[in-house]
Design a protein around this ligand. Sequence first.
Ligand code: NDP
Length: 331
Amino acid sequence: MNKVILLNKRPVGKPTLNDFKFTTDAIPVPPTGHILLKTLYVSVDPYLRGRMNDSESYVTSFELGKPIQSGIIAEVIDSTHAELKKGDFVLGNLEWKEYQISNGKGLTKLNAKVSELSPYLGILGMTGLTAYLGLTEIGIPKVGETLVVSGAAGAVGSVVGQIGKIIGCNVVGITGSDEKVNLLKSKFKFDHAINYKTTPDLSEAIRKSCPKGIDIYFDNVGGEISDAVLANINKHARLPVCGYISDYNNTKVPVGPRIQPVILTKSATMTGFIVGDFSAKFPAAMKQLTTWLKEGKLTYAETIVDGFDNIPQAFIDLFSGKNEGKMIVKV
Ligand code: NDP
């Protein structure tokens, strides 16, 4: 039996389990030249929320009644493929199925032991690349500058802050619990961290944590948190816009302060990006991340949820901050 998770309904507001449908298929038999994959680790990511809508974006929408897809690490369990052999591990954008066949296109073979696979969905995968390339290409951090990161204890944010420290910045993280504040300061060596859920005047707290103002704001969340950061930016600040999760489940376009006055008067640069914009730089970025990891300059956190059936709930839990570091489901 092969469990499969389909898009049942397009969510209105925060996704619920009813938006997903569990079904079963037969385990497929791979045709000649193909491989049979067994899912091992599934990445759940905030951007999947956008793909559940029927709207135009930089990635296509999921179709109703069809399997959801995301970054998946799988084991080749049967193969007549020329290069991928039984026992190989691969990474790809695959379907939420326990077993699936592939012709190998778009898959990356992972030269790692089974115990070392999950980081390829996080720090050595899409979120690590997003952190490194968004920060270095758009944030352009310099020694002694002040870097503020929102969504700081998540997969992208926790790596952004650490890279900021490696480069020599004063790093301030904004996050949603006291446990995460402690994690940022102890494990990830941020200089300061602020709990946005319990801080009454966020702008004032940011101002106190950034006595020299903010040179770089790596924005993962948008909304009122970003409004509070923008009030404290320096002349020539750089603002990589990586995500705006606070808005992903809104059913109405939110209204906030107009940003043109602050962007203009501070000669600031706000630049949105999709990690794929920098695909030519992925090999060099991977090399750097791997080196820092081996040298112990970078570390990572993972929240690993057990069981194929828990994939939708793990995804939903991203929107209430249940994860520290990368949210991954182990099947
Ligand atoms: P995370 O691991 O950071 O998980 C999401 C986190 O967002 C939660 O843990 C929660 O942390 C926080 N959050 C949830 N709801 C809100 C809210 N309403 N306001 C503020 N914070 C909230 O996810 P990723 O690291 O994978 O992604 C981080 C951001 O980067 C997302 O916006 C994502 O869409 C974006 N992204 C963009 C990419 C690109 O190419 N531009 C690529 C990858 C990710 P807390 O407890 O702190 O609230």
